[in-house]
Design a protein around this ligand. Structure first.
Ligand SMILES: Nc1ncnc2c1ncn2[C@@H]1O[C@H](COP(=O)(O)OP(=O)(O)OP(=O)(O)O)[C@@H](O)[C@H]1O
Length: 253
């Protein structure tokens, strides 16, 4: 389970995250939506311990990530496509991460197979397409066989086969009881596969609910999203149980 409690991140004068609380239960796939610059990556990086929160706490299965005896088995992360050495092969890259994270190198072959890269595992990464680099990033996240996963825009660059493959993989991982938090701009895929959707605008959580909760009277999720992020905050907010609370109700309460 991923628990984000009142997380805030300030970069100099900018409050990139403002009092964000969000829980991803075991077995849930939660998508994070927001415009460019809304704070999605900052939130994911904070969950992964890459960015230190200015205030608030993040717990992974009840503990701070740093307090887990083996953090890579608690949380797998795919944050950044560009942190690879172009002269390395995928196999070497994954072995190097295993060594750094204290994981057995025997996992490398398994994750390469899980993401469909076995046949190109010994090719240099400079020859990898965007879709192949996405698969490598997902393989990296899976190395520790983690109970929780964070993905930043994993669908970008995947063709339709890749999208269908990733959909199946995420469903399998969630069915195994893992909690999964994903930032994406792909509304069709979010509509299709999200257990819950959290919307961030200007660093604040402005909605958290099921796809149906969010759509409400709107035409579809995209339409609902545009309404949410275009209005004055708060348009909708949670009541702490994942149910949406309308602005009128909030004003009245
Ligand atoms: N290391 C940093 N130093 C200073 N400002 C930062 C840093 N990282 C992010 N920001 C700022 O914080 C805000 C949120 O950025 P973030 O990357 O989290 O947005 P995002 O929702 O992931 O956007 P995108 O969809 O474009 O990836 C932006 O205004 C960004 O410029």
């Amino acid at each position: 389970m991923i628990e984000i409690d009142s997380a805030a991140v300030r970069f100099r004068r900018q409050l990139a995250l403002d009092d964000v609380s969000l829980t991803v239960a075991d077995g849930q796939v939660v998508y994070l939506l927001g415009r460019n610059g809304a704070g999605k990556s900052t939130l994911l990086r904070t969950v992964c311990g890459v960015t230190r929160p200015t205030s608030g706490t993040i717990r992974i299965d009840g503990r701070r990530l740093a307090d887990h005896p083996s953090p890579a088995t608690a949380l797998g992360m795919h944050l950044d496509l560009d942190r690879v050495h172009p002269g390395h092969t995928a196999r070497r890259h994954l072995r190097w991460i295993c060594a750094a994270a204290g994981l057995p190198t025997g996992r490398v072959g398994e994750v390469l197979s899980a993401v469909g890269l076995s046949d190109v595992a010994d090719r240099r990464l400079r020859a990898y397409s965007l879709g192949m680099r996405q698969r490598l990033g997902i393989a990296t996240a899976l190395l520790g066989d983690p109970a929780n996963l964070v993905f930043d825009e994993p669908l970008n660059g995947l063709d339709i086969d890749g999208i269908i493959w990733l959909r199946g993989l995420l469903q399998t991982l969630a069915a195994e009881g893992r909690s999964i938090l994903i930032a994406s701009h792909m509304f069709a895929e979010v509509t299709r596969t999200a257990d819950r959707v959290a919307v961030i605008a200007d660093g604040r959580l402005v909605a958290d609910g099921t796809v149906d909760d969010l759509i409400g009277d709107a035409t579809d999720l995209e339409d609902a999203f545009v309404q949410l992020v275009s209005g004055d905050w708060p348009v909708n907010h949670t009541d702490g149980t994942g149910q949406l609370v309308g602005a009128d109700e909030m004003t009245a309460s």
